[in-house]
Write a protein of this length. Sequence first.
Length: 482
Amino acid sequence: MDSSLSPPASNGLPPAQTSAAPDAAPEHTRVVGAQPASVLDRYFGITALGSTFRTEVIAGITTFLAAMYIIVVNPAILSKTGMAFPAALTATVLISFFGSCAMGLYARNPVLVAPGMGLNALFAFTMVHGVGMPWQTALGCVFWSGILFALLAALNVRRFVVEAIPANLRYAISCGIGLFITVIGLVNAKLVVSDPVTVVRLAHLSPPTVTFLIGLALTTVLVARRVNGALMIGIVVTTLMAVPIGRLWGDGSGYFPKEIATATLVNFQGFFAAPDFSGIGQLDLLGALKVAYLPFIFVMLFTAFFDTLSTFMSIAEAGNMKDRDGNPRNMRQAMIVDSFSVLISGPLGTSPANAYIESAAGIAQGGRTGLTAVVCALLFLPFLFLSPMLSLVPAIATAPALILVGVFMMESVARIEWHRMDEAIPSFIALVMIPISYSITDGIAYSFLAFVVLKLFTGRVKEIKPAMWVVAALAVLLLTQM
């Protein structure tokens, strides 16, 4: 899951030693009397930051368990665009490995990088299904957004960009994306279906929907009990229930009709296979530069940029990992790594990758160095060879994870200043329009325009930053191209 585009919030993680590296090459202050025991210790500053090799390994495993659901969920979403599931799985694993390794080895932060939830929904349901963009062209948009992100990271202009987008809108967009992901989960589970009279309605109970509801209940309990890997456990158990679904729910002589009761949800084709590299290099770079597609590049840039920024602000606050100026440790290096990850996501064949807030789980276990991220990265590699097994996971098994990711992303709704109508109305528009229009881009565009119009006609035009005028112009361009 991505970081919900929100500024720092304490989530009860234990404090740690503070690194004293002011946004430059990582420096560490050694604990008196501590002697680095190995090359790894010296490179990552394990002893200097009050950690141990064992702690860092456990933290890496914990982070992986918290986020490994993306190995199944991301290919499942991307495969709806026409991309092959095995190829999408390979791309997901590769970008998670390379991005996390770079975060650990270069930025030396205990943060996982993987395809972002929300960004994959934007890619599949807004860009490909929404406007009919070929998935190859959408991958080209990913690449160009990575180029722009890299420029912003290299120029170190994050403060200018952050100040351009009001905090209330960032909170609302995060929550709107969470609601959108929840709707996708409900639709994938076929619990919510279309209706010619009421637009949508709840579906009648069937073996698949009952199986989904059981899986959702189980996953919810595991999350509430803070079980490591709760989302992945829910996916596995729901899949196991779906495999014998015909026998599980009878032969049609009871409540369910035979054609439903004996429905086959999975198609088992084995456990192991060689990685599918067919999706690599399939991006359409020139097609992505059409005028009609430019707004999508900027929306991807905006979302990835703020996801990264807010993730690091949140975990730096929670884990007390700040430099002398009170900023997240090695922030510039982290932004460069994240821009690199977005940039190569397109050529590898996946939606943009970014820093994961699930990294907080490993930090809570004591992870403080880049070794945590490297351990997490290595744990992704075996899944390159498990595409047949993972491809049997049905939509009803990943749906509970999508819904609960939506719950996680709703946290920042309480931070919106609802008492200020000039801020609350654009925020509400983002919250409502993103899931209802089934388009992250459209919801963001309407909320930005509402913000500018309200500030303009309520005498608060000075609150509109110069960059916000540019964003509003892009929103107009997007909506007029529809």
